[in-house]
Design a protein around this ligand. Sequence first.
Ligand SMILES: Nc1ncnc2c1ncn2[C@@H]1O[C@H](COP(=O)(O)OP(=O)(O)OP(=O)(O)O)[C@@H](O)[C@H]1O
Length: 198
Amino acid sequence: MLKIDNLSCQKGYNLLFKHLSFEINSGDILRITGTNGSGKTSLLKILAGLNVQEQGGVFLDNHAVKSEIYQKEIFYLGHLSVLSGELSALENLEFLTGLNKSTNQVQLIKALSNIGLKGYEDEYCAKLSAGEKRRVILAGLFISNAKVWLLDEPFTALDSNGVAIIEHRINKHCEQGGLCLFTTHQSSALLNQKVLAL
Ligand SMILES: Nc1ncnc2c1ncn2[C@@H]1O[C@H](COP(=O)(O)OP(=O)(O)OP(=O)(O)O)[C@@H](O)[C@H]1O
């Protein structure tokens, strides 16, 4: 269970949210909604341990956000690309999944193929389109062992086929006991999603 307890977040003079408390259980899909600047990215970054909250706590099965156990269980997909343009798609994926020693190269190549990047393994990421770069990162998400997926605008730059793939994978991940929190300004066909409005 992911527990958010009495969270407050201030940016400059702007109080984005306060006394925010909720719980997400295995199998839950939570869509975080709100206008531009309402604090969706700030909240996801706090849940990823990348931003520090003003007040309150974040726990996964009683493990605090900065703990090693918590950090091993999350995958954060942010706005900015974490890919190096000077490395190939496969090399970037190796780097992204570097902490997961159980993943071998055959699995990485299969993950790229599954996301529509068969034949792109040795292509430098600098040469890939925005949607193709996004797919390389999503390949990393799909083969990660992370239980909690924190996805900030996961559909950005993806075509309709890419959106369908990620929606299918989110549903499958949560059916198998995972958790997913995501933001989007697009409509989404995800099943049984709960909504948190900021
Ligand atoms: N490092 C920072 N310093 C000061 N203000 C910040 C900082 N980061 C974000 N903000 C402000 O906090 C507010 C919330 O930003 P955030 O990115 O969380 O919003 P959002 O809901 O994700 O927006 P969008 O829908 O546009 O992606 C914005 O007004 C932004 O300008």
